[in-house]
Design a protein around this ligand. Structure first.
Ligand code: PHE
Length: 452
């Protein structure tokens, strides 16, 4: 309707100066006229300028009076032409609000004489209020005095108004809108000679592609990462799959004859087969603690070999990174730390349904003065509760680098049994002291697998 009206009008006329007046004259909804102008403008059928102004609108009360007449008019009409009527009788004839407002206004306008009895002062009145309101409703001008009195009575209010001015033919003007094909369908292509295709809009953003999702494993990885971050842990840099035996084993007080160091369990590198540098004074302290102990330990009593420590391997656990981090931390003035890592590790194991030669390890550690096994249990409870595993049990275990050590079990509601979910412990003094950490500093740590 509005579209045909606008395009038709412009066929014989230069312009539409005011969309509001245009809509009022043709009895069209101005909102619809505006939408059509916007759309036709987009397709360059027409050109238009935006128009903003303040307009007057009727309030609900104003609308009521415009439709039914003002209260003073009703009040006046209820007073007999000759003689008088008692106030009480008048009151019964109309709504309380009409009576109240009507009597005041009619008296003010000197239409009636008010006393116990009410009588007319004039024979005939005009309902100016209703007329003025109707004029405003039609968008017509009104004198300032009438406007002021309507505003004072809250029958009208001003409102921001937007429309269009100067609506003219555009470069693609046509009296009727052409329907363009927008899709390259089989049918459209077959009938391409009869069709008109919409031009490409190279500025359009296009549909967002439903692509690029996280792999389920990486999704779980993100959930773990979020939990660690919420608990105030910092992520450790784990971007080195190749590690020396020193950081992977020796620094962790894992003896050189330990079965895990066997090539059956560890992938050793052929090239480069050995590491180029290690921190020499620290290596010396590690050698000492392996061979003869110290810090209250007897050590392992064997000949520690540098060549064994130099051997490169694919890291078998992310605890190798933790040892590097703790060594770096020991170099500065001591500050408590909470670290985590989630990354790949490699083990030369028989591959089966649940075991590949590589998997992701999740590791958390807290380093502070005077930590206890109670702290470890508390942190594990908090951590696994966030994962939806609040029921935990612990079993004594063995790791070369922790004492005490605990395997972590969680009750699996679905399976109806306890399942092992991780390994944990307090790093041994034989590991922490050679690094140079103060002797009251304790490190509680735990590890689990992302996929196993
Ligand atoms: N590194 C251990 C593993 O590979 C996990 C662990 C981390 C255990 C930290 C204790 C402390 O299973």
């Amino acid at each position: 309707m509005a579209e045909a009206a606008i395009l038709g009008f412009l066929q014989n006329n230069e312009s539409i100066p005011d969309s509001g007046k245009f809509a009022a004259e043709l009895n069209l909804d101005h909102e619809e006229v505006k939408n059509v102008i916007k759309s036709l403008q987009g397709f360059r059928y027409i050109e238009a300028k935006e128009l903003k102004r303040e307009t007057l609108v009727l309030t609900d009360e104003g609308k009521k009076y415009a439709a039914e007449g003002s209260p003073e008019f009703h009040f006046f009409s209820a007073v007999p032409e000759e003689g008088s009527i008692s106030k009480d009788d008048l009151e019964k004839k109309m709504d309380a609000s009409v009576f109240k407002i009507g009597s005041t206004q009619a008296a003010k306008k000197k239409w009636v004489a008010m006393g116990k009895q009410v009588s007319r002062k004039v024979q005939h009145v005009e309902d100016k209020v209703k007329e003025s309101l109707l004029q405003i409703q039609q968008g017509l001008e009104l004198d300032q005095e009438s406007l002021n009195s309507l505003k004072a009575r809250k029958l009208i209010a001003s409102q921001g108004w937007t429309g269009y001015s100067d609506v003219k033919k555009g470069p693609s003007y046509a009296p009727k809108r052409k329907i363009f094909a927008t899709d390259l369908t089989r049918e459209n292509l077959q009938n391409w000679k009869e069709m008109e295709f919409k031009e490409y809009n190279f500025n359009a953003k296009g549909q967002p592609l439903d692509a690029g999702h996280l792999h389920p494993l990486l999704k779980v990885r993100k959930q773990f990462k979020d939990i660690f971050c919420q608990m105030g842990f910092e992520e450790m840099p784990t971007n080195n799959f190749v590690e020396s035996s020193f950081w992977n084993f020796d620094a962790l007080f894992q003896p050189q004859q330990h079965p895990a160091r066997d090539s059956h369990d560890t992938f050793f590198l052929k090239a480069p087969s050995t590491t180029r540098e290690l921190p020499e004074d620290y290596v010396e302290r590690v050698k000492q603690v392996h061979e003869s102990g110290g810090y209250g330990s007897r050590g392992y009593n064997y000949d520690w070999k540098r060549e064994e420590a130099n051997k490169n391997l694919l890291r078998t656990h992310t605890t190798a990174v933790s040892s590097r981090m703790l060594y770096a931390l020991a170099k500065g003035p001591f500050t408590p730390k909470k670290y985590f890592s989630i990354d790949r590790v490699f083990r030369n194991e028989a591959v089966d349904r649940t075991h590949l030669a590589e998997f992701h390890q999740i590791e958390g550690l807290i380093c502070d003065r005077g930590l206890t096994l109670g702290d470890l249990i508390g942190v594990l409870q908090a951590f696994f509760s966030r994962l939806g595993m609040p029921k935990l049990r612990f079993k004594p275990a063995y790791n070369p680098y922790t004492e005490p050590s605990m395997e972590i079990f969680s009750y699996h509601e679905g399976l109806g049994k306890w399942v092992e979910i991780g390994n944990s412990g307090m790093f041994r003094p034989e590991m922490l002291q050679p690094m140079g950490l103060p002797d009251d500093v304790r490190v509680i740590a735990w590890g689990l697998s992302l996929e196993r």
